[in-house]
Design a protein around this ligand. Structure first.
Ligand code: ATP
Length: 295
């Protein structure tokens, strides 16, 4: 039924959005001023990986000859959740940019299901990953179309289900024109937490084998934070997830935590293992807990 309400220019919307998808992901990373330098390799595969096992194999990367990542290796087994933590500037977001091939590694490789991402078309690569970025881009359009952007071919039932799982149903019901409320640049402004849940709904709808969550640096109130974490847990189910975390309390349940320091892996393990190790992670954990107690 809801499809009856879709504006007539919907096909145009889909066309524009698909064309703009690449630019939009780049906008999320603030990369629009960069000249795209990565091209599809001749004979690259259009097949979208299905299992989602992700490997960073001994990767080195420099920005303008400044070393950023140095011999970084870790695996995210299919269906598991790995979190990357570390001080500001340690190279966490750079890892995500390399995964999306905004830049190519200087040496080493990134593979999905054993295939070097350079051997995939950029379209296949981006179809295999759903991202919940720090700052969600909303288009100047209805909330309906903004969420449908996750997978324009999705049915209304799938869309509603994704919205429910992302904890957004009540919010949409409370909007002045419900699903047809205009949001974004000239429409209603959404809070940081609501925007991240829109991203999660898009990710659930996309249902790509790999989910990347880039946690916002600024903290939200604890109710929004909880709503996001609950939604995220649903989105992660059955998918491989890579989480860049700033608040360690959000990743206690990760199968593995990779601690980056000055571009190298300082340590890796589960939350409990790393606390027992009493190294960089344990120190970060103590600092964050002291901050929470004094707040
Ligand atoms: P934060 O927690 O603050 O987001 P991060 O661990 O994600 O930090 P990155 O964004 O990966 O860190 O940055 C790693 C280093 O690379 C930083 O010193 C940063 O200044 C530098 N850097 C990031 N982007 C670029 C760029 N486009 N050109 C040159 N240097 C960059």
């Amino acid at each position: 039924m809801m499809q009856l309400f879709i504006p007539l220019n919907f096909l145009g919307f889909v066309y524009r959005e698909i064309r703009g998808a690449l630019a939009n992901i780049e906008r999320m990373f603030g990369l629009l001023d960069k000249v795209p330098s990565i091209q599809d390799t001749a004979g690259a595969s259009e097949l979208v990986p299905t299992k989602g096992e992700l490997r960073f194999n001994n990767i080195c990367f420099n920005y303008d000859e400044r070393p950023i990542l140095n011999e970084v290796s870790f695996t995210v087994p299919a269906g598991q959740k790995v979190a990357v933590v570390g001080e500001s500037g340690a190279g966490k977001s750079t890892l995500i940019k390399l995964l999306f091939r905004f830049y190519d590694v200087d040496s080493g490789s990134v593979t999905i299901d054993g295939k070097d991402i350079k051997q995939l078309t950029q379209q296949a690569l981006r179809q295999s990953i759903a991202i919940v970025p720090q700052d969600t881009v909303l288009f100047n359009d209805t909330i309906y179309n903004n969420i449908l952007y996750g997978r324009p071919s999705a049915s209304d039932e799938e869309l509603k289900e994704a919205v429910k799982l992302a904890n957004l149903s009540d919010f949409i019901e409370s909007l002045p024109n419900q699903w047809q409320t205009k949001v974004g640049e000239r429409g209603l402004k959404l809070s940081g937490g609501e925007k991240q849940r829109v991203s999660i709904a898009r990710a659930i709808l996309k249902s790509a084998p790999i989910l990347v969550f880039d946690e916002a640096t600024s903290s939200l109130d604890s109710k929004s934070e909880q709503a996001i974490l609950t939604a995220l847990k649903v989105a992660e189910k059955g998918h491989t997830s890579l989480v860049v975390a700033h608040r360690l309390s959000t990743i206690i349940d990760a199968d593995k935590i990779v601690v980056l320091s000055q571009g190298k892996i300082a340590e890796q393990g589960t939350h409990q293992q790393l606390l027992l190790q009493n190294g960089v992670y344990a120190k970060l954990w103590r600092i964050q807990n002291e901050q929470t107690i004094t707040l």
